[in-house]
Ligand binder design. Structure first.
Ligand code: SF4
Length: 708
């Protein structure tokens, strides 16, 4: 057992003088951990917990941030170009006054809100309510749009409902075969691999990734398509499965619709043609189809590598088509699922901080949903705004003549995490008011007019919903430092200053959750039967959980029927379109982006943990040695990765397993090392997710000017 850096004493005021069972603050696996009285993180061994009794390096060191000297403990207000300390009263008074002025002058949509997929369910819920009721704005969205919206849209289209894994995580332990499309859990969520042990031992792990990642190293079959061609690869494997007689005719006839239309497209993608487009051998495509179809228990799982494209919804749809053709979804011991990324990536997209949604995964343009939620909120349905701009479109519109001129940011760092980040920084600079609530002075907070210091994970109660749709109670374990407030308190204080009745914006998380339950009741993500008492008692509840005494939740969706009115899943007739920005003479390489084991998202937290920062202190670019040599670079050299929208500075890492036409950039680093300086904001037409995963670049030695 290891321990992380000690922090403050545990919160005796919470009745937890002893160790407190809680969950890691980072990814969607939400590994269980125990914070000891000394504030030390240590593993809580829970054999049936998603963590399987393990934590990755990020989890082990998570407590270090609780005592970080980088922690903000007083509000900051911009004065004469610099941020100076201010009282809460001054800071909130300034924010409320400016919001009123801007809204009075330009209308309610001139004020926008940007949330995050790591925020608790209660915060996501109250942010959506604050935007629609206290501000009256339609301009609210969140960074989950950058992470999981394509899988969500594809799942809705195919199954009529989106829940990351529509089955318990533990079901994967019985799998003989698992295809991971665009997932690298060996680095992003290492304890997850323990669930794939049987598939790995059986030679049934297939990994689709242009890079030979640590996950691909463990696979029996690694398929490395050219970036942006995984949709074609999925069509090729589907074609091989059908041509080799592996189609599950009874399942397709009894539980699905649309196969003929989907097959008309896939029929044109025979494996040899797909090999020419993707670079994946036809024999390997056939082998993948054989491994999946011959396994007694098989799963297809997708993640950001499949999603973060201008064709992300269709790419995920193509993988779902393959799973449907083999008869996997909605069958015990088999299925399709999405590996959600952010800590509350699932719950964060269910409770109303997304531009087109209301709580309970309801649509904001559905009159019945508007009436239900308005009743819970005590307002007229007609006062609720309609759908607003999606995340990048919202950021891109800031400070323009038709766009918002004020922005409130909670739990997000778009200066680093948004595509074409230099443009996003320019848009933020054009605002009349930028307010950032954060635990540290992130790159976005540095640009703010007002910075509000808030509590972090171990200092507050809240619920999150993990990648299998299970609602988890994250307990307050430590007393927050003096001077910080919770996001709920910030929303309450601002709402009251904007004229709302205080009781409409509670600050107690359990009270907010109780209201969330009512708002979600009857919706697709129905939490009405989840109570904190049940969670405190250790019940494992996966939504939907209707308000019925003792309802056990719904561990497995779709066993009897899918969520479309006819109960059938839908094939999607999707075709390969390729990346929005293919390489050319000027920019001959594909740049792909992703995460490393030691860092999380924009790195605002993990770059401030010494052990993690020391392990990976700066950006690097992985490149094949021949590609580096052609660019006049060697291992360890300072390189510029240059694209149409900007240039990224990074240290060269020569990796012989890289495709010679690809470079890889981790996206956790700030300033001139931001991978998102080059990424392409081309959006998927349905999910509005940007094409983070692929853009065209060239590689060159960093000039002396850039290297400084
Ligand atoms: S980052 Fe994810 S995998 Fe690592 S300990 Fe935290 S929840 Fe677990």
């Amino acid at each position: 057992m290891r321990a992380a850096t000690s922090t403050r004493p545990a919160d005796a005021g919470n009745g937890v003088g002893a160790a407190v069972d809680t969950h890691c603050p980072y990814c969607a696996l939400q590994c269980g951990m125990t914070l000891s009285p000394a504030g030390r993180a240590s593993v809580r061994v829970r054999p049936r917990d998603p963590s399987a009794g393990g934590l990755c390096q990020k989890g082990w060191t998570a407590a270090a941030l609780l005592g970080s000297p980088a922690r903000l403990t007083t509000p900051l207000v911009r004065d004469g170009g610099t941020l100076r300390p201010a009282s809460w009263d001054e800071a909130l008074g300034l924010v409320a006054r400016r919001i009123k002025e801007i809204a009075a002058e330009r209308g309610p949509d001139a004020v926008a809100v940007f949330g995050g997929g790591g925020l608790t369910n209660e915060k996501a819920y109250l942010i959506g309510k604050f935007a629609r009721v206290a501000l009256g704005t339609s301009q609210v969205d969140y960074n989950g749009r950058f992470c999981m919206s394509s899988a969500a849209a594809a799942a809705h289209r195919a199954f009529g409902l989106d829940r990351g894994l529509p089955f318990p995580l533990a079901d994967l332990e019985g799998a003989d075969a698992v295809l991971l499309a665009g997932a690298n859990p060996a680095e992003t969520m290492p304890p997850f691999l323990s669930h794939l042990r049987r598939a790995m031992d059986a030679g049934g792990l297939i990994v689709v990734d242009p890079r030979r990642t640590p996950t691909a190293e463990r696979a029996a079959l690694h398929l490395a398509p050219a970036p942006g061609t995984d949709l074609a690869l999925a069509l090729g494997i589907l074609h091989a499965a059908v041509a080799d007689g592996r189609l599950d005719h009874a399942y397709v006839a009894g539980r699905t619709t649309g196969f003929e239309e989907a097959w008309r497209v896939a029929a044109a993608w025979w494996p040899e043609r797909v090999e020419r487009v993707t670079g994946v051998a036809a024999a390997d495509q056939r082998r993948a189809a054989a491994i999946l179809s011959e396994a007694a228990s098989a799963y297809v799982l997708t993640a950001r590598g499949a999603e973060q494209h201008a064709t992300g919804v269709d790419t995920v749809g193509a993988w779902i088509n393959l799973a449907l053709a083999l008869g996997l979804p909605g069958r015990l011991g088999s299925g399709w699922g999405c590996l959600t990324g952010q800590g509350n990536g699932q719950g964060g997209r269910e409770h109303g901080q997304k531009a087109d949604q209301l709580p309970g995964y309801r649509r904001i343009d559905d009159p019945a949903a508007r009436a239900h939620v308005a009743r819970v909120w005590g307002v007229e349905p007609s006062t609720l705004p309609g759908p607003g701009r999606s995340a990048f479109e919202l950021l891109d519109a800031l400070g323009t003549s038709g766009g918002p001129s004020a922005l409130l940011v909670f739990g997000s760092n778009p200066v680093v995490s948004a595509p074409q980040s230099a443009r996003v920084a320019d848009r933020l600079a054009a605002l009349d008011l930028l307010v950032v609530a954060d635990i540290v002075l992130s790159e976005t907070a540095r640009a703010a007019d007002v910075v509000l210091p808030i509590t972090q994970w171990a200092e507050e109660d809240g619920t999150l919903t993990n990648l299998e749709g299970r609602v988890l109670l994250r307990r307050r374990a430590l007393t927050p430092p003096p001077g910080v407030r919770t996001d709920l308190e910030v929303l309450h204080d601002l709402a009251v200053r904007l004229g709302q009745p205080p009781e409409r914006f509670p600050t107690d998380p359990e009270t907010v959750f109780t209201e969330l339950r009512a708002a979600s009741e009857g919706g697709p993500a129905d939490y009405s039967g989840v109570t904190w008492d049940r969670l405190r008692a250790g019940e494992r509840l996966q939504w939907p959980v209707p308000r019925q005494p003792g309802h056990p939740g719904t561990p497995r969706l779709f066993l009897d029927r899918f969520a479309h009115p006819d109960g059938r899943a839908r094939f999607a007739a999707v075709d390969h379109r390729g990346p929005a920005e293919p390489p050319d003479e000027e920019f001959p390489l594909y740049a792909i982006t992703g995460r490393v084991l030691q860092h999380y998202q924009s790195g605002a937290q993990t770059r401030r943990v010494e052990e993690l920062r020391a392990a990976v202190p700066e950006a690097y670019v992985e490149v094949h040695p021949d590609t580096a040599r052609r660019a006049g670079l060697r291992d360890g050299a300072a390189a510029a990765v240059v694209g149409r929208r900007g240039r990224v500075l990074a240290t060269v890492r020569c990796v012989p397993s890289m495709r010679p036409d690809v470079v890889f950039l981790p996206f956790h680093f700030p300033g001139a090392q931001r991978a998102n300086l080059v990424t392409n904001p081309a959006l998927d037409p349905v999910s509005r997710m940007p094409e983070f995963k692929v853009c065209a670049v060239r590689l060159s030695p960093a000039g002396e000017r850039e290297a400084q």
